[in-house]
Design a protein. Structure first.
Length: 215
């Protein structure tokens, strides 16, 4: 699969719905919604009410929420039935046991994603892959848009692709951070299924930029 899931993080709140609709007109069918709690990362981002508003006033699309927050259950409880995928951070849990309990609790209620920051190795999360639907590899430190793609992420994407294919695990690999016309093809080649694109694609959306991401 080769898909682009734009993030509206770099767009002013009052313009997000309009930009989402522009993206849908370019045949985008997936939006990545960034949620931040000001603790796991220092900033805040998109509120649940905004996600509801965009859903209610636009085309049906695949929706994932990237939960950059401690106590992710509090967020997941609010988005069951609203979005398709809820992605939580490995680093947000105080133990792997807590993460396993989280997965057991929500599995079947919503599609689950698990994200790792650039300094977390892929090996840490292999044991969870059979019970989740999406692996989100961060190619920048989570927290803000407009950062540069960390090149070593490519090795992590390749390791994940090899492991998933070898073990025939049914899961999508999404990559987030610094995706643009120069970095997208490498990330797809390394094995990503879905690329998040924030500042590059959404600040001035165009079909030609989208085509460059997918080339
Ligand atoms: C960063 C967010 C990203 C962000 C990506 O913490 O998770 O989704 O919007 O923005 P760009 O594409 O500008 O790096
Ligand atoms: Zn994100």
């Amino acid at each position: 699969m080769k898909k682009i899931s734009p993030s509206l993080l770099s767009i002013k709140k009052e313009n997000r719905l309009e930009v989402a609709n522009q993206l849908f007109n370019m045949n985008i069918d997936w939006i990545h919604y960034d949620y931040m709690d000001e603790k796991f990362v220092p900033n805040s981002a998109i509120e649940i009410s905004e996600i509801e508003n965009i859903k209610n006033n636009s085309k049906r699309h695949i929706m994932d929420i990237h939960i950059m927050a401690f106590e992710p259950e509090k967020v997941v409880d609010q988005v069951i039935g609203l979005v398709d995928y809820a992605t939580v951070h490995y680093e947000a849990f105080s133990s792997e046991n807590d993460l396993q309990e989280f997965i057991n609790k929500y599995k079947g209620k919503i599609k689950l994603g698990l994200s790792i920051k650039p300094n977390t190795s892929f090996d840490k999360i292999t044991k969870f892959l059979n019970n989740i639907d999406l692996l989100l590899i961060m190619s920048v430190e989570p927290g803000k848009g407009g950062q540069s793609f960390i090149e070593t992420s490519l090795d992590k994407i390749k390791s994940a692709r090899n492991y998933i294919d070898k073990n025939k695990i049914n899961i999508l690999i999404q990559v987030d951070g610094g995706i643009n016309d120069k970095t997208a093809s490498g990330a797809f080649k390394a094995g990503a299924d879905v690329l998040v694109s924030g500042s590059y694609l959404t600040i001035e959306p165009s079909k030609s930029k989208l085509d460059l991401l997918l080339k």
